[in-house]
Write a protein that binds this ligand. Structure first.
Ligand code: SF4
Ligand code: MG
Length: 323
């Protein structure tokens, strides 16, 4: 199908630029246009780093990102700018990401005007339309961020991102700071906007429950690596990786707003000094001697004797090699 061709990101062995710590390693991920891919992991697992690499904020020191078949690193300045406009980010804390001294009309309308996407004369109508789209009363356009609730501020952040007509939105813990009831409203807004604009989301969260609500596929990250990736339904029905299984067991607690995965035995090791072999082995209830020395690769998981196919269900665990 056409949208299979229209791939966003393939990050090959990327790693974070500013620190010598390898935050993301060996991630090889295709994002299909129009899909919602959820990325789940504990804080420090590298999921935010991966998200920032996709937006172009953070160039990978190794590896490449391809957008519509072209390596982002090789784009000329104009194409690069186009890429950066196409991939917008929505942050966790809508308050600190909005300039407190700017009125909503400018927060939403300045950047598209600066990029020549809307004229000064048309700016106000453009902002009003966007405010309506995200469920904000356009008559509030001259107000400042502090005059809005947390949920409304996140809607302002969404309108600001939409104003640049993106095709991809990276949401980094975009609902984590909101009350549970407001979380559901904002998630539903994301779902509506995706339908209306054909958006692709890269939806990063520590909360598998939140991610499952919105994602077509879920990628589970552990210490900078994707350890399992599958359609959302498959993750819940047939999680393969012991870490994913532990996350699923942990879900009821997370829904009670607990942030730590504390039934998973042991601490998250430092990403700067990941364990040898399988990075999950110090915490894994199924660890075998081999797990301490040999790193498992992402491989296709079979269901009922039938291969899940190249991109359907992948997991990195030695248990899959059979005994
Ligand atoms: Fe556990 Fe070994 Fe599988 Fe790693 S490879 S998840 S340690 S069983
Ligand atoms: Mg983070």
């Amino acid at each position: 199908p056409q949208d299979m061709v229209d791939r966003l990101g393939r990050v090959l062995r990327g790693r974070a630029a500013p620190r010598p710590v390898q935050a993301v390693a060996g991630v090889d991920l295709d994002i299909i246009a129009g899909e919602v891919i959820g990325v789940v992991g504990e804080s420090g697992c590298g999921k935010s780093t991966l998200g920032r690499m996709l937006t172009g904020i953070l160039p990978p020191t190794r590896g490449e990102i391809f957008y519509k078949g072209r390596s982002v690193a090789t784009l000329d300045a104009a194409a690069r700018r186009q890429y950066e406009l196409s991939v917008q980010m929505i942050f966790q804390d809508p308050f600190s990401s909005l300039n407190p001294r700017m009125r909503v009309i400018d927060i939403i309308g300045e950047a598209p005007m600066a990029h020549g996407m809307v004229t000064r004369a048309a700016k106000e109508a453009y902002v009003c339309e966007l405010m309506q789209k995200v469920g904000l009363d356009p008559s509030y356009r001259f107000r400042y961020p502090h005059q809005f609730s947390g949920g409304q501020r996140q809607r302002i952040g969404v309108a600001r991102a939409l104003a640049l007509k993106p095709s991809v939105i990276v949401c980094d813990e975009a609902v984590a700071a909101l009350d549970v009831s407001i979380q559901a409203q904002v998630l539903n807004l994301f779902i509506e906007l995706r339908r209306e604009y054909g958006l692709t989301y890269f939806f990063i969260s520590h909360n598998l429950g939140v991610v499952s609500h919105i994602s077509d596929r879920v990628a589970i990250m552990y210490l900078g690596r994707i350890v399992e990736i599958a359609p959302t339904e498959t993750i819940f029905k047939a999680a393969n990786h012991p870490y994913t299984q532990a996350l699923i067991k942990e879900l009821p607690r997370l829904q009670a707003e607990r942030r730590q995965f504390d039934t998973i035995k042991g601490e998250l090791p430092s990403p700067s000094d990941p364990p040898a072999g399988c990075p999950f082995h110090p915490r894994c209830p199924h660890a075998m001697p081999r797990c301490r020395v040999e790193r498992p690769l992402l491989k296709s998981v079979e269901h009922d004797g039938v291969s899940g196919g190249e991109s359907k269900h992948l997991s990195a665990c030695h248990l899959n090699d059979g005994s």
